[in-house]
Design a protein around this ligand. Structure first.
Ligand code: SAH
Length: 351
């Protein structure tokens, strides 16, 4: 049954003002074929985002430091068993140079991301974070190196890292087991997220939209998880099949469904920092702009040296592989402007 705007209004008010969201109410928003209702959902999400962050969009300069990985996630193009992946790791001087370029282009957050690479053990990563912290005292340092020990997370935090991105991937343990090999566990993922929170990081969770085996029920668990755990950041983007992985022939996730979920997340957790992801931009030429219009407020320009970017191929068809940082910055500025927002020179901390 199509939902009227009045019904939708009542639901969004309830979402914003209380915890009493039923599965059915949320399902209706993910399912409805009523385009007016969806447009209204996005408008509500935009309004909520603007009431907190205005029309600012925060930049996070992303440095993809290594594509070596000990893990074998079924969806990921840099999984251990992908012998076609051309492996690389950046040296520390190169990583620092990427940060310098980002700083010159107005970025005040650096995200260092990589596979779970034994070469990026604590000694090396602590030294790297220390150098970035010393050179860029006014910037936030975000790390995204997967699951590490509590002691490791603590040492990196003590050295000056401020944030950690570790997508939960799915809030459903059985679905997690379908997406990952048996040596990985959902319980451990959750434990890591709790530890990061306890240590004092601003924590980023998140999930792919349309990952194989995902259902309405698992998505609702994701929404509930975000509403309850309240991560400072939540990265979501469509699943995109990666060649030479067990899920190479699976259909991509949908842009439309990703946009609805962005809006729902914004309403459920108004202050959350929500990126309009590169994956969204990969599946739709204006995907990131649409993400902003659905309530996202973060964009992650790629600072990796262009000769390495194609190698960090976690999914196929990734965009912005050959564009230098100044080109990317200009392009994003135009895109963000075109929908009435501004890129800002700001750490963009959670408020
Ligand atoms: N090793 C780090 C970084 C992983 S890459 C970690 O474990 O956190 C960052 C994110 O990319 C992953 O968390 C996953 O959600 C997403 N990703 C991986 N493969 C993908 C694919 N095929 N399509 C879309 N997103 C993918």
């Amino acid at each position: 049954m199509p939902m009227t705007t009045a019904e939708l209004n009542a639901i969004t008010d309830r979402i914003r003002s209380s915890r009493t969201i039923t599965l059915e109410q949320l399902s209706a928003l993910l399912d409805t074929a009523d385009t007016d209702a969806v447009e209204y959902l996005h408008a509500q999400a935009r309004e909520v985002a603007q009431s907190i962050y205005g029309t600012a969009v925060f930049m996070r300069g992303l440095v993809e430091v290594t594509n070596y990985c000990r893990n074998n996630c079924n969806y990921c193009g840099i999984r251990r068993d992908n012998a076609h992946a051309d492996r690389y790791r950046l040296d520390d001087d190169t990583i620092l140079d990427c940060c310098r370029t980002g700083y010159e282009h107005g970025m005040r957050t650096f995200v260092l991301q990589g596979g779970e690479d034994g070469q990026f053990g604590d000694a090396r990563l602590v030294a790297l974070v220390a150098r970035i912290r010393a050179e860029f005292p006014d910037c936030a340092i975000t790390l995204s190196f997967g699951e590490r020990s509590r002691d490791s997370y603590q040492r990196l935090f003590d050295t000056g890292a401020n944030r950690y991105l570790l997508r939960h991937e799915t809030a459903d343990a059985r679905h997690y087991a379908y997406l990952h090999p048996s040596e990985m566990s959902w319980e451990h993922r959750m434990e890591c997220l709790r530890q990061l929170r306890e240590i004092g990081y601003q924590v980023g969770a998140g999930f792919m939209v349309g990952s194989p085996g995902q259902t309405h029920a698992t998505l609702l668990q994701d929404l509930r998880f975000v509403a309850e755990f309240r991560p400072e950041m939540c990265g979501i983007g469509p699943f995109i099949a990666a060649q030479h992985t067990p899920f190479a022939d699976q259909p991509d996730g949908s842009v439309e469904q990703t946009l609805r979920l962005l809006s729902l997340l914004r309403l459920l957790h108004p202050h959350v920092l929500l990126p309009a992801t590169t994956a969204l931009g990969t599946l739709h030429p204006r995907g990131r702009e649409l993400g902003i219009l659905a309530g996202a407020n973060v964009i992650m320009p790629n600072l990796s040296p262009t000769d390495y970017r194609p190698k960090y191929s976690i999914y196929d068809g990734k965009i912005c592989l050959g564009d230098d940082v100044s080109h990317c910055r200009h392009c994003l500025e135009m895109r963000i402007h075109s929908v009435g927002y501004q890129l800002v020179v700001d750490r963009g901390d959670f408020r």
